[in-house]
Write a protein that binds this ligand. Structure first.
Ligand SMILES: Cc1cc2nc3c(=O)[nH]c(=O)nc-3n(C[C@H](O)[C@H](O)[C@H](O)COP(=O)(O)O)c2cc1C
Length: 221
């Protein structure tokens, strides 16, 4: 089985990367074939809204990485999108990719709204993995809604899994040991009694990511 991951963070060693590596470790241990993509490293143009994909059944933009990338997306059993929460949403490099997903569907305007019909049969696992600075995961709701929408229009049989990590404002915070976390919380003037609790919370999300990767690989065997 194939897993394609997208990392939408500009931090190469940030929270998204750490969590994604755990997911990949789990998937690798269960025998999955994985490929990692850095969203910001792609040579990708913005969707230009020409709507020609409605006729061509593919994106009309030529000369960038989309043709190659779209083949990989279609061939994958699971797609993992890791992004820091940026103003309640996914980061811009990831959104740029998601807008190009428009070319995977035919859209009709009807009196009651838009009707989306995918060009291909989709039966994939989607994972949305989002660390955030806030203490409440509701902070990521607009991004969760976006993924609920996209996975839904691409096919009823798609499955969406969300992994949301709270109170992760600093670089690499998710993998900090108690001492490092304690120093950080002192600097941030956060209550000291949160250190132990958050240390376990962070260990837990790392574990969840490993298990998520493993389950993806097992389910798609
Ligand atoms: C431009 C920017 C916007 C952000 N917006 C939010 C936000 O709306 N809500 C939130 O909880 N955290 C927000 N954050 C914090 C990040 O989501 C958080 O630090 C995350 O763990 C970063 O992940 P990374 O290390 O993989 O880049 C923002 C950070 C930046 C740089």
């Amino acid at each position: 089985m194939k897993i394609l991951t997208f990392n939408g963070s500009p931090r190469k060693k940030g929270n998204c990367s750490i969590l994604l590596q755990e997911l990949l470790r789990g998937a690798g241990d269960a025998g999955a074939e994985c490929e990692e993509i850095w969203a910001q490293d792609l040579d990708l143009k913005y969707c230009r809204g020409c709507l020609r994909c409605n006729l061509l059944k593919k994106c009309s933009i030529r000369g960038d990485d989309w043709e190659n990338l779209s083949s990989k997306i279609l061939a994958a059993d699971a797609l993992v999108f890791a992004s820091p929460v940026y103003f309640h949403h996914v980061s811009a490099p990831l959104k740029k990719i998601l807008d190009r997903f428009r070319s995977f569907v035919h859209v009709q305007i009807r009196e009651n709204g838009l009707v989306h019909t995918p060009w291909h049969t989709w039966k994939k696992d989607f994972v949305l993995l989002m660390p955030m600075g806030a203490s409440q995961s509701a902070e990521a709701q607009p991004a969760v809604d976006l993924f609920t929408f996209i996975t839904g229009i691409l096919g009823d049989e798609n499955r969406l899994h969300t992994v949301l990590g709270t109170r992760l404002a600093a670089n690499r915070q998710v993998s900090m040991d108690r001492e490092e976390l304690g120093n950080l919380y002192e600097k941030l003037q956060l209550p000291g009694n949160l250190v132990e609790k958050d240390y376990y919370k962070n260990q837990e999300i790392i574990k969840i990511c490993y298990e998520c990767g493993k389950n993806l690989a097992m389910q798609n065997k």
